[in-house]
Unconditional design. Sequence first.
Length: 216
Amino acid sequence: MKPIILLTLLATPCLALDYKRDVLPIFEKKCFDCHSAGAEELKGGLRLDDEEHFFKRFAKNDVVVPGDWDASYLFVTVVIPPGEKGTMPPKNKGERLTEQEIMTVAKWIHEGAKIGREKGEKGSDEMEPSKILKFHNGQLLREGEEAPVAEAMPEWEEWTNRDGQKITAKFIKVANGKVSFELKGEKKVDYPLEQLSEESRNRILQRVEPDMTPMR
C-alpha cells in the first residue's frame, strides 16, 4: 500500500453509528412485533420502522436524549432484567437484545443519535458506553454491582496418610471431621481428616480455617 493512501486511511474519521444502517436492523429483529406498522397492536404509539416518526418522539418522555444514553427511556427499558416490570420485549414477544446490541444502541445515542439528516451533540468522554457498561450472563450490571468471581476449580494434588501411602485427588471440602476427595473417574470418597499426614491436614486446614492452629 502506498504511503499516501495509508495516511489517508489513517486520517479518515470513523463513521458515526447511523440509525438506519446500524440500529434499525436490531429493532427489526427484536422489537417490530410491538413497534412497527406491521404490529398487531402498536405499543405506546411508538414506531421504530419510521425514522421521521421516531425522531419526532425523541423528546416525548425522553425516549431518546441524544448524547445521554443513561437518560434515554429507550435504553433504560431494553436493559430492565427479565421478570421485572417494564422489561422489553415483553414475555413471549421476542428475544432480548444481546450485550453487543445493547452496546450498539448505547453508542448510537452517545454519539448523538444520528437518524436521517439529524444528529445531536455527542456525550462526554466520561460517559463513553464501553468505559461504563458491564455485563454478566447477558444482563447489564447496575451501578456498584460486580460480576461474581468464578470459583476456582479444584486441582489434582497429592495427599499422604499417616502410613505414608499417597493418593492423587481433588480436595472438595471438609465437614464433620471428614475430607471429601474426588478420585480419578469422578469417584468421590470421604476420608477421616485425622488419618491424613500432618502435612496434608495442615494444607487442608489452611484453606478452610486459616486461623485455626494446625493439628499435630
